[in-house]
Design a protein around this ligand. Structure first.
Ligand code: KG4
Ligand code: ZN
Length: 367
């Protein structure tokens, strides 16, 4: 058994996240996690007026937030074994803010406590998402679940920047099966939300509206749901929504278009809920199809989803149903750990401390 105390630092996009966790590793088992302290500063309010993340504003906020957040974490960050910092993929100015902050912190430790300098590990942000399922309460309660009962697994990473299907033979060995050829699914949610007159980020608002709408009201295309590969595409679906809105004179911004108030019981809001529900169902269909195909082809024992879009309860429920039908286990982190945070970065660093990523911003790093 090996215990590691790890500090994780995340600044790749619009959340500044720091966390200290304890990871207990045992051969053949999934690691056990204790979250000692986690802080996240979200920048949603800063970027909302712009309808998306503005890189230079995001960097400014990271630089502003890092020192006070670190002040909150520091009392818990004694005797660290590892410090993991996200080096990519992400927005380059944002990545540098976390990397430079971490390097500055290391300079200080080397000066003050040269005998107890922790190991510095550059973390691939996507590996953070891949590790997030370890926070599923089923795993945390299960006292070191046997890894052989979980792997091989098929994991779907669905976020604002990525849509990737992965076959995992263990926590450290995996193979990318396919990914989106154009927009990420979260990006499509955010863009469609904007067309519907909704605020950024649109994913959670579409989810809310979809609950009240009829998913069969509009027959949007289900792109690549039946293609022979494991790739995805969401830009055609996004365009289909745009044409539907144009054809039906429902474009937002017009006086008689959608308002920001999604609660009023108006005819326009009812139609908007139908469009949201129909879009969501069309966007999820290829995810479900390709996940099922991969589970069957690779004889997976479990289905895992991660990333911001995995916070969507409708997607969780469909994936859970699919897993049950196929007789597989299903894992997903609690909602707040699907979006970006320091905990999952610490986990990725602890799972693979031998990773040799350079400690510099690598905006286009892939899995
Ligand atoms: O993983 P994440 O926090 O950041 C990236 O690494 O990209 O994902 C953010 C994305 C946004 O596009 C957001 O709209 C989407 O996740 N998202 C959702 C939900 N919550 C967040 N999409 C659909 N339903 C949700 N409940
Ligand atoms: Zn992310």
């Amino acid at each position: 058994m090996k215990e590691l105390k790890i500090l994780g630092i995340e600044t790749s996009c619009d959340e500044t996240g720091l966390a200290v966790v304890r990871l207990t590793k045992e051969a053949g088992k999934l690691p056990q996690i204790k979250i000692i302290k986690s802080v996240v500063a979200s920048q949603i309010k800063i970027h909302r007026p712009w309808g998306g993340v503005v890189p230079h504003l995001a960097k400014r906020e990271h630089l502003k937030n890092l020192p006070p957040l670190f002040g909150q974490i520091k009392p818990f960050a004694k005797k660290l074994d590892i410090v993991g910092v996200t080096v990519g993929p992400g927005l380059e100015p944002c990545l540098w803010s976390g990397v430079n902050f971490t390097l500055g912190y290391f300079e200080e430790i080397k000066r003050r406590r040269p005998k107890t300098v922790p190991k510095l590990v550059g973390v691939n942000h996507l590996e953070g998402h891949l590790a997030s399922f370890l926070l599923d309460p089923k795993i945390r309660r299960g006292k070191a679940l046997n890894a052989a009962k979980v792997f091989p697994a098929v994991q779907l990473v669905v976020s604002g920047g990525h849509t990737i299907l992965v076959r995992m033979s263990s926590l450290t060995r995996w193979q990318k099966l396919g990914e989106t050829r154009d927009d990420a699914i979260g990006e499509a949610f955010d863009k469609v939300a904007r067309m519907l007159g909704l605020d950024y980020p649109g994913g959670p608002l579409i989810e809310r509206l979809a609950k009240e709408g009829d998913a069969q009201a509009v027959d949007f295309p289900r792109p690549m749901a039946h293609s022979a590969d494991y790739d995805f595409s969401f830009s055609g679906l996004k365009t289909a929504v745009l044409y539907y809105l144009k054809d039906n004179r429902l474009i937002s911004g017009r006086k008689d278009g959608f308002s920001r108030n999604i609660n009023a019981k108006t005819e326009l809001n009812r139609r908007r809920a139908d469009i949201a529900a129909s879009f969501q169902a069309a966007a999820f269909a290829p995810l479900l199809k390709k996940t099922e195909k991969a589970v069957k082809e690779f004889g997976a024992r479990s289905v895992i989803i991660s990333g911001g879009v995995a916070a969507n309860k409708a997607l969780q429920s469909e994936m859970r149903k699919l897993s049950r039908r196929l007789g597989k286990q299903f894992f997903v982190a609690p909602v707040k750990y699907n979006t970006d945070n320091g905990i999952v970065i610490a986990l990725a660093a602890g799972i693979n401390p031998a990773a040799k990523l350079k400690i510099e911003a690598q905006a286009n790093l892939s899995l």
